[in-house]
Every structure is written in C-alpha cells, then in structure tokens.
Design a protein around this ligand. Sequence first.
Ligand code: SAM
Length: 232
Amino acid sequence: MTGNASDLESLCFNAMPMPVSSLEDYLESHSTPAGDVADAVERWAHLHTAQPQMVCGPYEGRLLSLLCRTVRPQCAVEVGSFVGYSTLLIATAMPPGGRLHTFEVNDERKETILRHLEQAQVSHAVDLHIGDALTLIPTLFEDNKRTIDFAFIDADKRSQQDYYDLLVPRMRPGALLLVDNALWGRKVLDLQHNHDRDTLTVHAFNEYVQHDARVENIMLDVRDGLLICSVL
Ligand SMILES: C[S@@+](CC[C@H](N)C(=O)[O-])C[C@H]1O[C@@H](n2cnc3c(N)ncnc32)[C@H](O)[C@@H]1O
C-alpha cells in the first residue's frame, strides 16, 4: 500500500465508531464458525428449553475450543453442561486420549447431552457426570494431586467460588481455568444501583480471584464476561 504519512495517519484515526451489533457480527464473521452440529444444538436449545441464552454461543464457544486446543489437556473439567453445547466444542478440541469430565446437576438433561455428544462424534472423549459438581469433584479428583489441565465453570453463580476453590488445588501449574458470566449482564459495573444478591456474589467472586496469589488472571469482555485464570 502506498500513501503519504497524513493519509496513513487518517486511516488510523478517522475510523468511525461502529455500532456494537456490527462489531459482534464482524468479530463472529472473522472467527472460525462453531460448526453445523453446534449450530443445531443451539437451535435445539431455543426450541426446547426455557433458557436457551444459557448456551455460551458460537463466539465464546469457539474461544473455549481454541484455548483447549492450545492447552492440549489430558484431563479437562466442565461444570454446567446444560444441553452439551460448550461440552461438544471443548470436546472437539481435546487431544487424542484426553478426557473431558462434564458435570450437570439436572438429570433430565442426560439423554439430550448424550445425544448431542453422539451427533458431534465426541462421546468417546467425554465422561458425563449427572449430579452436583460440588459433591462429585472431590470424589473424582484427589485434592492437591493437580491432575486437571483445563476447566470451564458455567453453573449457578452463587457457588462460583466453591467450584473455583475445589478446582484450583486440583489443577496443574500452567493449567487454564475459565469462568463465565464475570460481568453478570454488566451489573457489576454499577453496584450502587445493582445490589441484588447475584450481582454482589459475582462481584465478590471477581474480587476474590483478583486477590488470589494462586492464579494469574485476565477478564475479557466476551459475551457476558469471561474470566481466564492461569494456575501458578
Ligand atoms: C449456564 S448453563 C451451562 C451452559 C453450557 N455451559 C453451555 O454454554 O452450553 C448452567 C448449567 O449448570 C447446571 N448446574 C447448576 N448447578 C450445578 C451443580 N452444582 N453441579 C452441576 N451442574 C450444575 C444447571 O443445571 C445448568 O444446566
């Protein structure tokens, strides 16, 4: 590209701010798509569940799978499978022989999750545990053995710190721990007006992680806020 300095400067500074929806469209259209099965699972959630917005969606889902592919976990954990959307995206990025343990407390979701994993051809890589992750994780992973390489917490927000405190001592140094909904509909940005219990709990958890010497953390403005922690 040719041009004088002021042309180049104006190219840098004269861009008009874009509406957010255009930004999201642009970001998504320049990211690898989630894929046909994931799209179908998201559609299924919209048709058959009362809270389809619980699905993390293609953009965050693709980030999860990209990070998982980078870490190459032998052992990954997901808390909150719902209909298996994020589960299948993480599972597709697992290396050969790696296992993803996903936890879902609602037993009515079992058949749906298994069917969706089958459709995505990732059943072989996933252990679905139906029950409360808070009681199941200590029975499956020994404290301080540090065997988990990758984890995604996306369950009830009031127990976020409990999941986190169960997982961190079980994760190897360098492992990645991701926590969804860190911005809680951006309510955490204005605590004066948003002092409901859930907002305060999410904020208290964010503060807890910020002061936790066991991790290095970064919060991203991805969808509802994604907190990424590298375990030290
Ligand atoms: C936001 S949804 C998960 C969405 C999913 N990660 C996705 O992006 O497709 C949260 C799920 O966590 C489950 N859940 C809540 N508390 C749980 C617990 N203590 N143990 C396991 N699952 C739990 C809920 O039943 C719900 O299906």
